[in-house]
Design a binder for this molecule. Structure first.
Ligand code: ADP
Ligand code: MG
Length: 232
């Protein structure tokens, strides 16, 4: 797996949300995409997942243009949307079929995926009764349905209480073992817990691309902190 983001620019009317942004992701990496609110994280992640088209630039997966239709990249939106009256199992069956999977293969794979995300035993509970952490884990289950080699997660723990946050971070640690991850967050600590590399985005521009080892060599993570929280 190799993801290449090449000179991506996305504008909304006058607003440049992502500005000539480039980065690469190699197989097995877990990279934190970090930046304050409004930095352009969600926009970039939607371009990567082929939810929206960039004005310029391109995203290549293994040298080829990505396509949402192929579902090669698992996508966890910042605000996953579910029908509260459906059960977890019905949700995954519905979403899976909507995205082109056969009912028989879903019957086989859904229990496995629910086990992975820790929702086995809750498969017949209505999503409306789920906690924030459970909903987020269901969102991750959905992103895993097509067994992607890369999963992009948009602020997966930012809105969760401490228990939900811990559950989801533990799950991401598990997924990390066999899936490449790009995780966006406006909270440095979230990325620090699970990622080894950090890409900082501000005003749509990449301002830093560094690893935990480089930061340790600098002997201070403060430089990163300051850049994230600094006001324009
Ligand atoms: P982040 O996820 O880092 O908080 P976003 O990618 O959501 O940032 O937004 C980046 C900028 O683009 C913000 O200024 C936001 O207001 C603007 N933006 C995002 N989506 C839209 C849209 N659909 N229409 C207009 N402006 C948008
Ligand atoms: Mg966002």
């Amino acid at each position: 797996m190799k993801l290449e983001i090449k000179n991506v620019t996305k504008t909304f009317k006058e607003k440049v949300a992502v500005n000539n942004f480039s980065m690469e992701l190699q197989s097995g990496e877990c990279v934190g995409l970090i930046g304050p609110n409004g930095a352009g994280k969600s926009t970039l992640i939607k371009v990567i997942s082929d939810i929206i088209d960039p004005n310029a630039g391109e995203v290549l997966l293994n040298g080829k243009k990505i396509s949402k239709m192929k579902r090669e990249i698992g996508y966890l939106p910042q605000y996953p949307n579910f029908f509260h009256w459906m059960t977890a199992k019905e949700t995954l069956t519905f979403m899976g079929q909507l995205s082109g999977l056969q009912k028989e293969e879903l019957t086989n794979s859904i229990p496995e995926i629910l086990t992975k995300v820790g929702l086995i035993g809750e498969e017949n509970s209505k999503v409306g009764t789920f906690s924030g952490g459970m909903k987020q884990r269901l969102g991750i289950a959905q992103a895993l349905l097509h067994k992607p080699s890369l999963i992009v997660m948009d602020e997966p723990v930012s809105a969760l209480d401490p228990i939900g946050r811990r559950e989801v971070l533990n799950l991401i640690e598990e997924i990390k073992k066999d899936t490449t991850i790009l995780l966006s967050t406006h909270i440095l600590g979230d990325a620090e817990e699970i990622c080894e590399r950090f890409v900082i985005i501000k005003n749509g521009i990449k301002i830093e691309d560094t690893t935990i080892n480089e930061l340790l060599k600098r002997n201070s993570k403060n430089s990163l902190n300051v850049e994230i929280t600094a006001k324009d």
